[in-house]
Design a protein around this ligand. Structure first.
Ligand code: ADP
Ligand code: CIR
Length: 388
């Protein structure tokens, strides 16, 4: 109970801090004086900091001066909306978010180089290939004897056409989106049949258990809060869970929709196929926002393209003895290592979350193959390290 109160308070404080920074709107086409001052101040601090974020690297003085007066045509978003998370959190890896779909074009001089570096050479002249899911059956179980992999999860994000992203959503938008998404998920049938649970009014013990079991998103992520993603929390947020608890949909967390398939063990193909079936069923009821060049549009530029993150919770005790070498090996396979409770968390009991880093420039099938081959390579290296 106490923990919960503390969390609520922190969340409110974070939300307020974030709103102070980014919730002042530019008057149509003009960036307000106060917004400009906050941007200038934040930029100077970031430029002087030791931040290793992609934002700091690519927001040069020249780009900052060029973009600081621009606004997006439909939602009047400013550069401050895009960079406030990285300005508030110098420990960001990326530090950049798109407040609305048009921001990717209006602020392309900043987004393009960040996208190019994060997604391993997706150039501004490149185009995301057409959606091609292929067949999960092509991928064998990565760990049939259960020595290394605890569980496998594949997720993708979707934005509903006609709505901006978190910082520009009104409270009414959140409720409208929730109603549409809830309608779509609760009409799923067969193995996808399940129940939608709104965060508003959710029993705290149930919420904490769902988070601990890796089903539900956490509360109070400071990177998201300062990007303006926690406004009106918990309104419009919720989770759909099927009866078997291996198919989930997150509503209005970082993205409008996150579609997730997960289960114990290493059967990547089965987990992937289940996610694809769910995405296709939901796509019949909701119109997803997809850009010709960038693919599926998401709030964070790291999720553009296929928006797929395929991960395993895995134990690699011998490789993990040397974290620097492990990181080099993961980089070679274009894999990202996270902690047991997700991004910006620590590993518990030697369990790491390892997933594909890039999500763009390849089809969905190729993204899964890249992750599959990388995890296979890591398991082989672990076996060699053990017998050495
Ligand atoms: P994402 O951006 O994919 O939603 P996060 O890093 O925020 O990822 O993690 C969300 C939740 O998913 C966390 O609870 C995390 O532990 C859980 N998770 C990620 N991969 C796996 C996996 N392979 N097995 C079980 N849980 C997982
Ligand atoms: C950051 O910049 O660290 C956060 N805004 C999260 C970025 C997304 N994470 C990732 O590496 N895929």
């Amino acid at each position: 109970m106490l923990l919960h109160l503390k969390l609520r308070l922190e969340l409110q404080l974070l939300g307020r801090c974030a709103q102070l920074v980014i919730n002042r709107h530019a008057s149509k086409g003009n960036v307000d004086k106060e917004v400009m001052e906050q941007m200038e101040k934040g930029y100077k601090k970031l430029a002087e900091s030791k931040s290793k974020s992609l934002l700091k690297k690519h927001l040069t003085k020249e780009i900052f001066e060029k973009l600081k007066t621009k606004t997006t045509p439909s939602f009047n978003s400013t550069l401050l909306h895009c960079i406030s998370s990285g300005m508030c959190n110098h420990d960001s890896g990326v530090g950049l978010y798109a407040p609305d779909p048009e921001a990717y074009k209006v602020f392309a001089d900043l987004f393009d180089p960040v996208i190019e570096e994060y997604h391993k050479c997706f150039k501004k002249t490149d185009k995301q290939p057409a959606t091609a899911f292929g067949k999960g059956a092509d991928f064998e179980n990565l760990d049939p004897d259960g020595h290394f992999i605890v569980s496998t999860r594949v997720r993708c994000g979707r934005a509903v056409k006609g709505y901006p992203f978190n910082p520009c959503l009104t409270e009414a938008d959140y409720m409208e989106l929730e109603s549409k998404i809830c309608g779509a998920v609760t009409s799923l049938t067969g193995e996808y049949k399940g129940k939608y649970m709104p965060l508003t009014g959710m029993d705290k013990c149930i919420q904490e258990q769902l988070i601990e079991d890796h089903y539900l998103f956490k509360e109070g992520d400071r990177f998201l809060a300062s990007a303006g993603a926690s406004r009106y929390w918990p309104t419009g947020r919720g989770i759909f869970l099927n009866s078997a608890k291996n198919f989930l949909v997150w509503c209005n967390e970082e993205d409008h929709i996150r579609i997730i398939s997960m289960e114990k063990g290493g059967d990547l193909g089965k987990v992937y196929d289940r996610m694809v079936g769910g995405v296709e069923a939901l796509g019949k009821q909701l119109q997803f926002n997809r850009d010709e060049r960038l693919g599926f549009l998401t709030f964070c530029p790291t999720n553009l393209g296929t928006s797929i993150r395929a991960s395993v919770h895995i134990k690699l005790p011998n490789l993990m003895c040397d974290p620097d070498e492990m990181k080099k090996l993961a980089d070679k396979y274009r894999l990202q290592i996270r902690g047991t409770s997700g991004e910006h968390s620590e590993a518990k009991g030697g369990v790491h979350d390892i997933s594909n880093q890039r999500r763009m420039g390849l089809t969905e099938y190729e993204i899964i193959k890249e992750m599959h081959d990388g995890i296979k390579g890591l398991i082989e290296a672990e076996c060699k390290a053990k017998s050495a």
